[in-house]
Design a protein around this ligand. Structure first.
Ligand code: FAD
Ligand code: S2G
Ligand code: ZN
Length: 438
């Protein structure tokens, strides 16, 4: 079987074009029978080392399984192969008047199979919910080669345990996702973007509450970045400029509304901006007047990961924290690190998700020792999660106990042992070493 594969170089197996679940099944049967480790791989944009081998694992990249299987133009239910790149699905749906329920800066490379396997959050979760809400069904191949057809397209199906949820966010450690059935929302005609400036974090927090009250059902994104993040963007991203360049701004908020009435939605957003100015919640603000202005504002926010990579070495922490405490950890890290590193904060404030990035000219163990385990202990003490949306992968597998109880992790290990008794799927990832060997 394997000799029919276009073998690029062992241990990589790139499934041949026109590949099917049968080929994935045969590869896993083969690897399972010889206890060969396997790393499922999508677009390789993951940020916790989940999609690359640790030693000599076989890489199974789903990139050639990239067909749209069906699309129901009434319900908006899309069924596709796992290797479809997110942006290609965005473009496919655009012509049909629908959108994907998730959007992330990596859309040009990440695959829907990888999005599901990491339970990716992204820029639209506030409006459309997580993939646990939008994925209706999956097809997955288990370690022994069994094909699990859970590719339902029903909104409601309460017949027994909903097993697909085990695979959403399991990071390739329980099975290889080969097909996805997902509910896609209709594309609405009126999308508006505002870029606002605040003088302190408390105002950002209050602004979020006001946005939910005053913008209500049309609110579709609420992202924030601090002035350190803005400086990085201005210094490292081509063609980016700050629409609100006054020095006194310490925080920036990007608000997007998505509705069906251009006129009233825009008036609603402009009224919100005036109300926030008069109430002292913002020190300045602008509503994008056209698509170019809207995308130039989005480019600032979506370009931050790239800006950080260009700035040097970066230590990334993707934290879920109660909204009122989000900036406390940023200030504590700044106090601890002083001038030895630049602490940058941005993220999906609407989801309580902080992207804490600590940037230095080069990697430095002394800096790392000041960050960890402090950041994990602080997050755990404040009942947050040490991984909001990026998963655990290799980098955070040993940190799982900061956010999950020993009993919960033990049960995860039992599920892993049941579905992958030889532990061939993504070894060393997600679960601590002590638990992930039989
Ligand atoms: P990969 O990186 O290839 O793999 C990720 C994990 O999923 C690995 O453990 C891999 O083994 C497993 N996997 C991949 N495909 C399959 C499959 N078919 N079956 C089983 N397991 C599989 N993430 C967010 O959540 N929100 C964001 O806003 C966000 N923004 C980003 C912005 C940038 C610029 C970058 C570089 C990354 C960003 N990410 C974000 C992280 C990353 O894009 C997501 O985790 C994404 O879902 C990974 O998809 P992928 O196809 O690249 O998967
Ligand atoms: C985002 C990307 C990764 C990071 O931009 O929303 O998920 O930490 C992040 O920069
Ligand atoms: Zn993110």
């Amino acid at each position: 079987m394997l000799n029919r594969m276009k073998m690029l170089s062992w241990p990589q197996i790139w499934i041949g074009c026109g590949s099917t679940k049968v080929q994935v099944s045969q590869i896993l049967k083969y690897c399972n029978s010889r206890c060969l480790g396997v790393v499922p791989q999508g677009g390789n944009t993951g940020l916790v080392g989940g999609s690359v081998p640790v030693f000599d694992e076989v890489i199974v990249n789903l990139g050639s399984m990239n067909k749209v299987i069906s699309f129901d133009e009434v319900s908006g239910i899309l069924v596709s192969e796992a290797g479809c790149i997110l942006e290609s699905l965005v473009n496919f749906l655009d012509n049909k008047g629908f959108i994907m329920p998730l959007d992330l800066g990596a859309k040009g490379s990440c695959q829907i199979g990888g999005n599901v396997s990491t339970n990716a959050g992204g820029l639209r979760l506030l409006r459309y919910g997580s993939l646990h809400a939008n994925v209706l069904g999956l097809e997955a191949v288990l370690a022994n080669g069994d094909v699990l057809d859970m590719l339902g397209t029903l909104r409601k199906d309460n017949t027994g345990y909903d097993l697909k949820h085990l695979f959403i966010g399991s990071e390739g450690s329980l099975g290889i996702v080969t097909k996805v059935s997902i509910l896609t929302p209709p594309k609405l005609s009126s999308v508006n973007v505002a870029f606002l400036a605040c003088t302190d974090y408390l105002s950002c927090q209050k602004l979020f509450l006001e946005a939910r009250r005053k913008l209500g059902e049309v609110l579709s994104a609420f992202e924030f970045l601090d002035e350190q993040a803005m400086d990085l963007a201005l210094n490292h991203l081509e063609g980016v400029r700050n629409p609100l360049p006054t020095a006194l701004h310490k925080f920036y908020v990007l608000i997007e509304t998505t509705g069906s009435d251009e006129q009233s939605d825009k008036e609603k957003l402009e009224a919100f901006l005036v109300h926030s100015l008069e109430g002292g919640l913002i020190s300045d603000g602008v509503v994008a007047q056209d698509i170019q202005q809207a995308s130039s504002v989005w480019n600032i926010r979506e370009g931050l990961p790239e800006a950080l990579m260009k700035a040097g070495a970066v230590y990334k922490y993707d934290l879920s924290i109660p909204v009122e405490k989000i900036y406390d950890i940023v200030e504590e890290m700044r106090n601890k690190l002083g001038h030895s590193a630049r602490v940058v904060a941005y993220g999906h404030l609407g989801d309580g998700n902080l992207h804490l990035n600590i940037s230095c000219p080069q990697y430095d163990d002394a800096v790392l020792a000041q960050i960890e385990p402090f950041v994990y202990e602080w997050t755990s003490k404040n009942r947050g999660s040490i991984s909001a949306e990026h998963g655990l992968g290799l980098m955070k597998a040993e940190k799982i106990f900061y956010s999950k109880s020993p009993a919960a992790v033990q049960l995860m290990a039992s599920v892993k042992n049941l579905l992958d008794p030889n532990h061939i799927l993504n070894p060393y990832k997600v679960l601590p070493q002590s638990l992930s060997f039989p």
